[in-house]
Design a protein around this ligand. Structure first.
Ligand code: HEM
Length: 505
């Protein structure tokens, strides 16, 4: 017993005592790392996980740490430094000016389905090929038909739900999500996928996401612990992945068959067509389809729900938006257009941007890392650290925005402080324009940003034109932190159908 005590317990106690003395500053090779909290750093565990075991607790802790230590702080995910950047200036200097150094991703265990995706690909030739393929598909995709069919189905289901509900009170979340999912499914798999197949695919997506360990997905867990956390779920996960594989392969095979038979020759190409041309293996195609549907639909539908919640909460903004949309026939000289080439309301764009600033669906980026040691404000960012960015903090920074917590779309109109701000703040733009980054920035910035904005504008325009959205009691704007930050309480609203109007895509 005494021997056991000497061999096991004493060294652990000694390690705990010595590590608990590592207050604040930490040096590697004589260079200081960005400051961090005086939390004891436990062997193997680091200090992040036992203080912030969930995303919600991490968000709270980071808010306090940034207030105490400034915009760049270090925590420890096991033996790896995890560096969090919450200032636009530091974000610009790393993601834009030192873009190539910070464009790497930490190696992934790929317990999920994303082993072959663009986002998990190492910065290099394969990533570049897949990313170019996705971007050019999105840039060239004709959207009007797909938007029209998902929107008209959405409008009908909202009308039915409102007519059937007492006092026309509905919870539209599920319908909004399904419509956005169906829209992206038609871009991914082509039009014509059966409704029950789409519902099945959505269900299995939700099931897999519910099994993902969120801190692991942000690369904030020591590898061994991540394996241990996944172990009890691995049967369920592998089961769900098999069903996902089968559903996606059935959609791919149907597409392949139709292409072979020449059915609908001259039809719009879908993402799967482009993947087949790249001659990828089935497993790679399934992974890329998972990424497409997952990256596109959860984020976009979450943004849509936040926007509609804001429009319910701020009735005067909803009225102004409706009036501006009605006037849009007059157009503006910037040629703000719909997917059909018609003019589009500048206030609509302002509402969408303000919602993305105030409620970015992703409060953090996907984890970045560096391929070499880098320096920031005299601090070392060691090669291989996990680096992430406080997207929500940057968008709500009081040094960039007046009354940052208020919802004021006017700030994005000509002459306002947000006018001309780029949502992806690419490498060419200065830190002044990096006042918000809901889609990330630099080389890894979201390739779907432009299409997401088009889809959001189109959905919002049609939803406020077709219905009046009024509050039912208080609108709860509380956030539910996660990989995507959703509304804690799904929006409840009274929907009144307006006199019939043509849908605008
Ligand atoms: C409102 C909607 C969306 C939001 C808020 C959003 C946000 C983001 C963010 C924050 C990142 C991480 C950037 C980084 O790590 O630096 C990202 C990456 C990515 N997004 Fe989006 N996204 C949206 C829609 C889409 C759409 C529509 C697609 C595709 C159809 C898409 C595909 C991707 C991909 C493939 C990546 C990984 C890029 C890479 O690693 O090179 N996203 N997105």
């Amino acid at each position: 017993m005494i021997i056991l005590l000497c061999i096991v317990v004493l060294p652990v106690v000694l390690l705990l005592v010595t590590s608990s003395r590592q207050h604040g500053k930490c040096y590697i090779g004589g260079s200081p790392l960005p400051p961090g909290p005086p939390w004891p750093r436990l062997p193997l565990l680091g200090n992040l996980l036992y203080r912030c075991p969930t995303i919600a607790s991490l968000v709270d802790a980071l808010r306090r740490l940034h207030a105490d230590y400034g915009p760049v702080v270090t925590l420890w995910a096991g033996s790896k430094p995890a560096i969090f950047i919450a200032g636009r200036d530091a974000a610009h200097r790393t993601l834009a000016r030192a873009g190539a150094t910070f464009a790497h991703r930490p190696p992934s265990w790929s317990f999920g389905l994303n082993g072959h995706g663009v986002n998990s690909a190492q910065y290099g030739g394969r990533w570049s090929l897949l990313r170019r393929n996705l971007s050019s598909h999105l840039a060239g995709a004709p959207l009007a038909g797909a938007l029209q069919s998902s929107l008209s189905r959405l409008v009908s289901s909202l009308e039915r739900a409102a007519a059937a509900a007492e006092n026309h009170v509905v919870v539209p979340s599920e319908m909004l999500r399904h419509a956005v999912f169906s829209f992206f499914a038609s871009l991914c798999f082509g039009e014509g996928a059966a409704e029950d197949v789409l519902r099945q695919l959505r269900g299995v997506h939700a099931e897999i996401l519910s099994l993902v360990i969120e801190l692991g997905a942000f690369h904030l867990m020591p590898a061994l612990l991540e394996v241990a956390c996944y172990f009890p779920k691995c049967r369920k996960l592998s089961n769900a992945q098999k069903r996902h594989h089968a559903t996606v392969m059935a959609l791919i095979s149907a597409r392949r068959q139709r292409n072979r038979d020449g059915v609908g020759a001259g039809r719009r190409r879908c993402y799967v067509d482009t993947l087949m041309e790249l001659r990828l293996r089935d497993e790679e195609m399934v992974s890329l389809c998972w990424e497409f549907m997952n990256a596109a639909s959860k984020t976009t539908s979450t943004a849509l729900e936040w926007i509609m919640a804001r429009l319910v909460l701020h009735q005067e903004v909803q009225r102004k938006l409706r009036e501006d949309i009605a006037r849009r026939g007059e157009g503006d000289e910037n040629g703000n257009c719909t997917a059909n080439g018609e003019r589009r309301s500048p206030f609509l764009e302002a509402v969408v941007l303000e919602a993305l600033r105030r409620h970015p669906p992703a409060h953090y980026l996907l984890a970045h890392t560096t391929d070499k040691d880098a320096h920031l404000d005299g601090y070392l960012i060691p090669k291989g650290s996990v680096v992430n960015y406080g997207v929500a903090d940057i968008g709500r920074d009081a040094t960039s925005w007046t009354n940052p917590d208020e919802f004021l779309p006017e700030r994005f109109l000509e002459g306002g402080e947000g006018y001309g701000v780029s949502v992806t703040a690419g490498s060419g733009s200065g830190e002044v324009s990096m006042k918000m980054m809901p889609f990330g920035s630099g080389r890894r910035a979201c390739p779907g940003a432009a299409i997401a904005l088009t889809v959001l504008k189109s959905f919002v325009e049609n939803l406020v034109t077709r219905f009046e959205w009024t509050p039912v009691g208080a609108v709860d704007m509380e956030e539910k932190p996660g990989l995507v930050t959703e509304m804690r309480t799904p929006l409840r609203t009274c929907l009144v159908v307006r006199p019939h109007v043509q849908l605008n895509m």
